[in-house]
Structures are given as structure tokens and as C-alpha cells.
Design a protein around this ligand. Structure first.
Ligand code: FO1
Length: 319
């Protein structure tokens, strides 16, 4: 079976680890990764969501953080700070720097991001094919108003430096409108037997991937059933500040609202947590098959059960 998943960072990567546990030998998983979180720092290109998938599935992730490397040190970061070279608010570790140096070196040599990602994955062997959504530069910016007035800040500044403390007035995936899907992305979607939306941020992760011209249309018209898992449980995001960016696009932070935001032209099935069982009827009325199952990825077995439930719902939709 060919499975395609549109994935963002931490939640998406953790879900994929469970998916790998439940698929049969010979099944292929292609991950279309969000690159809107990418940031250029110290002359290096950092791809947080691609790296989180690669490290999580490759066994190098800092498990508690869900980003960066395990057993990390920060000597380079401290030296940069000693030179007064910022920013200091983004925690790049020494081992992680090597990834960004290799990536930037290969990009500078003319390799597209998709080829670079494939090369980095040669080392990590994540057990999935990891494709960036695009080889073109897309960077999500957030319009905010605070004491310094109204301005757009890079998503990472909003997320990591400002802790999403101010409301997001608008989410702008800069460059998305002229970006092209990376090689293999549209083909994977068209050939998929199942397409999954893991519990990633529906606006800045999955939304950004869908903002690349051609990708939303490919998913909507794909023969495969499309099943998503709600990143919102009981009216709050499981982690992160998805509610802040959902508000920016006028979507309530509920499992039901996110399903209807994607819409029945895009998704065929939607898993909500048992805490949101009351929303099953409303999602169903929206033309989307809906089931309430445990959605907290408390441990590998729970995550595997979620992945199994998503695949089973896809089969029900297909029938
Ligand atoms: N997130 C934080 O909250 N604080 C950090 O200092 C931080 C550093 C960092 C470095 C590399 C990387 O790949 C990710 C990093 N993240 C950090 C997470 C990142 O902001 C998020 O993973 C995604 O952008 C959102 O999914």
C-alpha cells in the first residue's frame, strides 16, 4: 500500500512513528514536509519541520523537545553570542549545526532542497520518503501589532521568541504563490492508496503545504481516501499554539471547526478524540466520515492505535 502524509513538525513526526509501527512490510510511506517554518540563520538554511521528521524517525530527536538533537551541546551558539552575533532566541545545537552546514553547502553547490533532503536522509534512514513540499523558498510570516507597532515577523520569531503572546492578525506564507511542488510530490499524491493529515498545525503546517499551487487540487482530486486526525482535543491544541494561528484565519480551535475548515472537498474522514465525541454528528453533517477515538499520543502503543484507526477509517471511506 502507498501511503502519503502531509506533515508539519512535532505532532506530525510523532504520529508518523506510530504509522511506521502499523504498516505492513512493503507498504511505502511518503511524507510531504512543510518548509514554511524554514529560517536562514548565520548564513545557514534551517528546515525545522523536515529535520523533526528526519530526526524523529531516524532516532536522533531530542524526545522531550520534539525538535533538535538528543544529547546536544551549545558551544557554537555560545561562541556566536560571545561575538554578539544573534539571534540568541533560537536554540541551534552543535550537532544540529552540522545538518544545516551540509544542507547549505549542498544548496550552494546547486542541489535542490529535495535532493539535499534525500542526501541527509541517507544517513538517518527514517524509513519513509521525505519530500519537501517545494524546492522553492517559502517562509511563513505572521502579522502582529504590539508596542513596536504593526509588522510582519518570521514565524519562528512569533513562535519561539514571542511565544505567540500577541494575537496573530494574519499568516502569510511568503513565496507560496509562486512556489512549485517539489519533484515527486504530485505524483505521490496521485498514486497514493491513502492520504493522511497527521495531527499537525492545520494553518502553518498542513495549510502551508496546501498553499503551494497544485497541491490542494491534487489532494482534492486524488482517487485515494483522505483521512485527517484532529490536532485539537477538547477545544485546545495538544501542544504548541495552534489556537493562535487558527484565530488568524477565523477558525475556532475545535476538532469540528478544523474538519470543516479543511472541508469535505478535501478530506473524506476525520478522527476526533473521545473528548470531542459530541462533534461527530456535526462533522458527519459536513460530509466527512467521523469517528471518536483516543488521540493523545501518550506512548508508542497509543500512537500506533491512532494510526491504525486512521487507516481503518480510510478503508471504510473507500468501501
Ligand atoms: N522551538 C523552540 O520552542 N525553541 C527553540 O529554541 C527552537 C529551536 C529549534 C532549532 C532547530 C529546529 O529544527 C527547531 C527548533 N525549534 C525550537 C522548534 C521549531 O520552532 C518548531 O519545531 C517548528 O518550527 C514548528 O513546528
Amino acid at each position: 500500500m502507498r501511503i502519503v502524509a502531509l506533515a508539519g513538525g512535532i505532532g506530525g513526526a510523532r504520529f508518523l512513528r506510530g504509522l511506521k509501527d502499523v504498516v505492513a512490510p512493503g507498504d511505502e510511506i511518503t511524507v510531504i514536509g512543510n518548509t514554511g517554518d524554514d529560517i536562514h540563520l548565520f548564513g545557514l538554511k534551517v528546515c525545522p519541520d523536515l529535520d523533526t521528521v528526519m530526526y524523529t524517525l531516524g532516532g536522533g530527536i531530542h524526545e522531550d523537545q520534539g525538535w533538535g538533537r538528543a544529547e546536544e551541546s551549545y558551544a557554537v551558539k555560545d561562541e556566536l553570542a560571545a561575538y554578539g552575533v544573534g539571534p540568541s532566541w533560537f536554540g541551534l545545537g552543535d550537532k544540529d549545526f552540522a545538518t544545516h552546514i551540509v544542507r547549505t553547502q549542498m544548496l550552494g553547490a546547486g542541489y535542490p532542497l529535495s535532493a539535499v533532503t534525500e542526501a541527509l536522509c541517507d544517513r538517518w534512514q527514517p524509513g519513509v520518503r521525505l519530500l519537501p513540499m517545494s524546492d522553492d523558498r517559502v517562509e511563513t510570516h505572521v502579522r502582529i501589532t504590539d508596542a513596536d507597532g504593526t509588522r510582519a515577523v518570521h514565524f519562528q520569531e512569533y513562535w519561539v521568541k514571542l511565544h505567540a503572546a500577541v494575537d496573530a492578525e494574519a499568516i502569510i506564507p511568503v513565496g507560496a504563490d509562486t512556489a512549485k511542488p517539489a519533484p515527486g510530490v504530485l505524483e505521490a499524491i496521485a498514486a497514493a492508496d491513502v492520504i493522511l493529515f497527521p495531527p499537525s498545525n492545520p494553518v502553518v503546517s498542513i495549510g502551508t503545504i496546501l498553499a503551494v499551487p497544485g497541491i490542494r487540487q491534487a489532494v482534492a482530486s486524488a482517487p485515494a481516501p483522505v483521512v485527517g486526525l484532529s490536532p485539537i482535543i477538547g477545544g485546545a491544541p495538544v501542544r504548541g499554539m495552534a489556537d493562535k494561528v487558527l484565530a488568524a484565519v477565523g477558525v475556532e480551535a475545535t476538532a469540528e471547526a478544523v474538519a470543516l475548515h479543511y472541508g469535505c472537498d478535501l478530506i473524506d474522514g476525520w478522527l476526533v478524540d473521545e473528548a470531542d465525541a459530541a462533534s461527530v454528528d456535526a462533522v458527519t453533517a459536513g460530509g466527512i466520515r467521523c469517528l471518536a477515538v483516543p488521540l493523545l499520543m501518550t506512548d508508542p502503543a497509543a500512537t500506533a492505535a491512532m494510526a491504525r484507526a486512521a487507516l481503518e477509517l480510510a478503508e471504510q471511506v473507500r468501501a
